[in-house]
Structure formats: C-alpha cells, structure tokens
Design a protein. Structure first.
Length: 283
C-alpha cells in the first residue's frame, strides 16, 4: 500500500483516465500504459514502466469527461463536455474520426467490449457505447483497421421535469452486461428509480431492478452476476442479478461517485469525496 509512481500536469485537472488493455502478445507484457483526459481538451498517454509521458494529443476544444481504450488497445476513444466523441491513434497521435451524435450534452461514459457472436448484422470486431448526460445512449460496431464505425442502436430514456431542490441531476450511466451478451444496463434520472436491462437483440428493456435512490455510480462484475450501485445518500448497494436480495453498505463520507470491480471480480473499489474504500467479496 505505497505510492509507486506519480505523474503531475501543472495547471490542468485530470478529468478521466483508463488503463490500456492487457496485451495479447507476451513480449509487450512489461509495458503498462494509462491514458488521461484533461480540462484543456488534451489527452496524455503515460508509460508506467518507464515513468514518463509518451504522447500528448489535443482532439477536443472543451474539457474531457470520459475516456476509454478500444479492446485491442490500438485506439483511444474520448468524450468531451460538448458531447463530441473523438477516436485517436496512440501510435500516430492522429485523431481519425470525430462523432457529433451526442453534441450539446457532456459524455458521461465510454465503454468498449469485444463483439459477441457476430450476430447484429453489421461488420466489426468490437461494440462500444457512448452515454451523454441527456439520458441518451448510442451503441456502435466498429473495425478501426478498416475505418468502419456503424451505429447499431440509439436509446433515449424519458424523464420528468427536474424536481425542486435538486441542485444537479444524477448522471446517466450505461455498461455492457458481462454475463448477458448483447445486453446493456442503464441507470439515470428518469420516471422511476431503477436499473434497466436493455437487449440489443430484442430492442427492448427486458428487466427492471428497483433502486432506493437515483444512482450516482455503477459497476458490473466481470466474474459473477454482481452489480454495484452507489448513491449520493452515502450508500453502496450490492445486487446479485437477477433476483438476489440487495445488500446495503454504509461507510462513505459523501456521495459514492465511483464504484469499480477489479478484473478478477474479487474486490470492489468505491470512492467518495475524500475516501477510497476497498471491499472484499466473499464466496
């Protein structure tokens, strides 16, 4: 539990970051990279093993709000406060595509997954989604080597007028479901406090799980049917899907604005204003 390496960028705040996926070829195993997005619209790629910044790009005119690597680590997807999504190559430093479909609303989530079963009637090696704060989710199929990127689905979730006394609306969050291929999970401000499971094959919501409050963070375990949801009421809820009894945990000093399962699914990390908690999952 000690600080191993630290990167500092003066006069800019880091808004989002992502680890480069594990390499498929063994000789790259020692090379670990993190990409970070900043308030001035820049992206920086840092090498952990060499403790240096390797690349700086400037694909956005506004602050970055979300960032992700493609599943093979060959592309970086970044989303800005203005709703634009850029696709950039860390090898060349060039931005190869800018998507304006969410323009006008900040991007809250970008996530990539290997395409499952090749059964959506479109070409591409991976699926990825973008979520914006106006409760819209776009799902894409892409093959970056062939410069292909095709819109697969477009979701828009209704919501009532903003309630009085709520200074800011809860975020719109979506994630691919690891244990139900072709399904994504969505939480956000809406008609009800709930998590929605949407099937890309059936083009409809197939399951709803009620929540005690509107969610501020979401994570799905890659190893078991567990979903973690954080709330601004300092509460963390762990759900075994589809129908397990929820387990609620307190211990945070503020809104649980981030929760993330580790790749092996044995631990869960949650963050609030001034604390990061590490939870051990038994069983």
């Amino acid at each position: 539990m000690e600080l191993v390496v630290q990167f500092q960028v003066l006069n800019q705040s880091c808004q989002c970051l992502a680890w480069k996926p594990r390499p498929i070829v063994a000789w790259e195993a020692e090379s670990q990279h993190v990409v970070a997005g900043y308030s001035d619209g820049t992206i920086r790629v840092f090498s952990i093993s060499r403790t240096e910044m390797e690349l700086k790009m400037h694909p956005h005119a506004t602050a970055l709000t979300a960032i992700a690597y493609s599943t093979d680590g060959e592309m970086i997807l970044s989303g800005g406060k203005d709703g634009l999504v850029a696709v950039s190559s860390p090898r060349t430093g060039m931005t190869i595509r800018v998507l304006a479909d969410h323009k006008g609303s900040p991007i809250t989530v970008l996530q990539c997954t290997r395409k499952q079963y090749h059964d959506f009637g479109v070409e591409g090696g991976e699926l990825w989604l973008a979520t914006s704060s106006d409760r819209r989710v776009s799902v894409w199929a892409s093959d970056w080597l062939k410069d292909k990127c095709e819109l697969l689905d477009w979701l828009s979730f209704p919501a009532p007028a903003s309630p009085e006394g709520l200074s800011s609306l809860p975020p719109s969050l979506a994630a691919f479901c690891p244990w139900e291929h072709g399904t994504l999970v969505y939480v956000g401000f809406g008609m009800q406090k709930e998590a929605l499971f949407y099937s890309l094959r059936k083009k409809q919501v197939v399951e709803k799980i009620s929540l005690p409050y509107f969610a501020t963070s979401l994570s799905l375990s890659p190893a078991a049917r567990f979903m973690a949801v954080g709330f601004s009421e300092r509460l963390l809820r762990l759900l075994r899907c589809p129908a397990g009894a929820p387990q609620d945990y307190v211990g945070h000093d503020d809104a649980v604005h981030l929760c993330r399962f580790t790749p092996a699914g044995r631990r869960l990390l949650t963050a609030s204003h001034s604390a990061v908690l590490v939870w051990e999952l038994g069983g």
